[in-house]
Design a protein around this ligand. Structure first.
Ligand SMILES: [Zn+2]
Ligand SMILES: [Zn+2]
Length: 362
């Protein structure tokens, strides 16, 4: 047994239960059920985290609906988690039992050319993603690599930290991908979890003007409250003309498509101005077309796919939240017990209550 620091208010690994409740997804039957499973033990370089909160994400639905090919016959979903360190594996020196942490959802494969030459988690070509390649955090405990954790100060509630993982860090990473600068015009298509946070982050990064687009009036209203300068209905007949007018005829410098359907893509692409960049974040099975070739080339447009985030993005967001620059309190739509995971999944799937993030508190 590894010695843990004598912090009596925190459990040592000796106090850990041997079994826990976890939501288990069976890829063959597509059944999601709460089961009693063994509490995993941390191996070398690993940490066991007692989960305080874990989000339900659109990409979890993609797995539950079979749109993402299963890697394992049975898995615990959930990749947007924060909690408290409960046990340390061998060789973990930078962590203590009781640390409040948010989990990055990636682990290096250890085998690709980047990993073999010391590229690390951020450069790995075959990143192993929590809840897809290995068990996630719709469970009382989750196992992760010690290097995949970011400290959460006491000023930041663990529910907010869980929202930062993916739902905020992925759009924040996308802003980096777009190389967005202050005073650049921005269009954001789709104002769910990703797009709503993109509005807030684009504001922090100084984008101007920020145009938010969503067919739902309530989502547009929310975007205006969170920092959008304009909110448009993408289905309105004059949307393209309005974007031209708002940008004084120049078109957008950057567009973010958080939906990824052929319709949103085509509209965002057509709204780009000279040297406009269109960053695709949403996931859909659609085929996409970039319109007239000569228009694309003459205007030097770019279309860039974006997924995930780097450790630095998660660290930045904890910092911004700690200082009160970023407030995600409005993003916690509901916190449900683990037993109600099916209800949480239903609410997200049906857009019931227009949720940004529904969290599970196992
Ligand atoms: Zn997610
Ligand atoms: Zn790798």
């Amino acid at each position: 047994m590894k010695a843990v620091p004598a912090l009596t208010e925190h459990p040592s690994s000796a106090d850990l239960p041997t079994t826990m409740r976890a939501a288990r997804f069976d890829a063959a039957t597509r059944e999601l059920a709460i089961r009693q499973v063994p509490v995993p033990l941390p191996g070398p370089g690993e940490v066991l985290v007692r989960v305080a909160a874990c989000g339900i994400c659109q990409s979890d639905l993609s797995q539950l609906d079979g749109h993402i090919a299963p890697r394992l016959p049975e898995i615990t979903p959930g990749h947007e988690a924060a909690g408290v360190v409960a046990a340390l594996g061998e060789g973990v020196r930078n962590r203590q039992v009781g640390d409040r942490v948010v989990l990055a959802a990636g682990k290096e494969c250890g085998d690709c050319s980047e990993c073999r030459t010391g590229g690390g988690t951020d450069r790995c070509e075959d990143l192993q993603v929590m809840a897809f390649h290995y068990d996630g955090a719709w469970a009382e405990y989750v196992l992760t690599a010690a290097v995949s954790l970011v400290d959460v100060p006491r000023s930041v509630p663990l529910e907010h930290a869980a929202v930062l993982a993916d739902a905020v860090s992925t759009p924040y990473g996308a802003i980096d991908t777009a190389e967005l600068r202050a005073a650049e015009s921005v269009g954001i298509w789709g104002l769910g979890g990703l797009g709503t946070h993109l509005v807030q982050l684009a504001r922090i990064c100084g984008a101007s003007p920020i145009i938010a687009l969503d067919p739902l009036a309530s989502a547009r209203e929310r975007a205006l409250e969170l920092g959008a300068d304009f909110a448009l209905d993408p289905a309105a007949a004059d949307t393209a003309a309005r974007i031209k007018e708002i940008t004084a005829g120049r078109g957008l410098r950057a567009a973010f498509d958080c939906v990824g359907r052929s319709t949103t893509f085509a509209q965002a692409d057509a709204a780009l101005g000279h040297r406009g960049r269109l960053v695709l974040i949403g996931i859909s099975p659609d085929q996409l077309a970039v319109g007239r070739e000569i228009h694309f080339v003459r205007n030097r447009h770019s279309v860039i796919g974006h997924t995930g985030y780097r450790m630095r993005h998660l660290e930045d967001l904890v910092e911004l939240t700690d200082r009160g620059r970023l407030d995600v309190s409005g993003s916690v739509t509901a916190v449900l017990p683990l037993d109600e995971v099916a209800e949480g999944v239903r609410r997200l799937r049906d857009h019931d209550g227009d949720p940004i993030r529904i969290l599970l508190a196992p």
